[in-house]
Each structure stands twice: as C-alpha cells, then as structure tokens.
Design a protein around this ligand. Structure first.
Ligand SMILES: [Zn+2]
Length: 92
C-alpha cells in the first residue's frame, strides 16, 4: 500500500489538488502577501511541484540530490518564487 499516512503523497498526481494544497499552505505560512517587486497581490501557483536539482562542480546533474519546490509567480510583474516543499508543507 502506498504511504497512506503521508497527506502529501499525491502531490503531482492531481494538478488541481496540488495547486489548492499549495495555495492553502502559502496562506497558512503567511507567504501570500503583496509581491516584493511590484506590490500587487496577484499570485499564481504553478500546478506542478518542481525539482531543483543539484549540479557537481563541473555542472553535471547529480542524481538524487536537490529538493522539491512549489513555484509561485506574480501575475502582474512575473516575479518567480520557489518555496521548498519540505518547509512549506510542514506544520505549523
Ligand atoms: Zn509583482
């Protein structure tokens, strides 16, 4: 059985659900205020969790190293933010 105790196990499988879970987490963490660049509050949560991969000193992809992130961008100016999923979805 797939880790039924992990409430985030389904992230990425249902894009609408992922977006809503991410949006709720951003609100809970008070990370949905005005854009740091333009001052407008009009964020869009990307429907996919992204992976930020690690590179070795010569720029090669390092398998298994990096982190999952929630991408959020300002619909007014395009500022892009990445929130580490392991922190964003952690309680409280
Ligand atoms: Zn902005």
């Amino acid at each position: 059985m797939e880790s039924a105790s992990d409430p985030l196990a389904g992230l990425g499988e249902d894009r609408d659900w992922t977006t809503e879970v991410s949006r709720a987490a951003l609100q809970r963490k008070r990370a949905a205020g005005p854009c740091e660049a333009c001052g407008v509050t009009d964020w869009r949560v990307a429907p996919d969790v992204v992976v930020v991969s690690a590179l070795d000193p010569v720029g090669r992809f390092v398998s298994g190293r990096g982190f999952d992130a929630v991408a959020v961008y300002c619909r007014h100016c395009g500022l892009l933010r990445l929130h580490a999923a392991s922190v964003l979805f952690r309680d409280p």
